[in-house]
Design a protein around this ligand. Structure first.
Ligand code: FES
Ligand code: FES
Length: 154
């Protein structure tokens, strides 16, 4: 059944028609054409579909679109402001924390969320936060350093 939901998507209020069986991942990529959110396993294993819902990292393939009615959603497309990359994005570039890039939006958004959680962002805390997001290229070291360094400079 088609139903209308309201969301604040990347800071903009939107009303969208969704089918009950659509996932949030499907809504973002296929309906709204926000391809920065990546489609991997579709069953909660890889984490590369992670976005922030009400400022919490969520695997968007595990959430049905009607469930986000009334929510604030941040995808990678909403992170840069007025053409300026967010600090966490700059840190990923400075630390060469990406290779093929398919996992990058998920790690960047999770890092962005962690930076909002207050002080004490150390390697252990970052490792816990990114647990559940898979990267086949980098070996995680640069990703962890990028997030820790962004927190240190905050
Ligand atoms: S696509 Fe969502 S966890 Fe893999
Ligand atoms: S950079 Fe390729 S999977 Fe992470």
């Amino acid at each position: 059944m088609l139903r209308s939901i309201k969301v604040v998507l990347n800071g903009v209020e939107r009303t969208v028609d969704v089918e009950d069986h659509w996932t949030l991942l499907w809504l973002l990529r296929e309906k709204l054409k926000l391809k920065g959110t990546k489609h991997g396993c579709d069953r909660g294993d890889c984490g590369i579909c992670t976005v922030l819902v009400n400022n919490t990292p969520v695997k968007s393939c595990l959430v049905l679109a009607p469930e986000v009615n009334g929510a604030e959603i941040l995808t990678i497309e909403g992170l840069a402001k007025e053409g300026s990359l967010a600090p966490i994005q700059k840190s990923f570039i400075e630390h060469s924390a990406l290779q093929c890039g398919i996992c990058t939006a998920a790690f960047v958004l999770t890092g962005h969320w962690l930076l909002q959680q207050g002080d004490g962002v150390d390697r252990k805390r970052v490792a816990e936060a990114i647990d559940g997001i898979l990267c086949r290229c980098t070996g995680y070291r640069q990703i962890i350093e990028a997030i820790v360094d962004a927190a240190r400079k905050k």
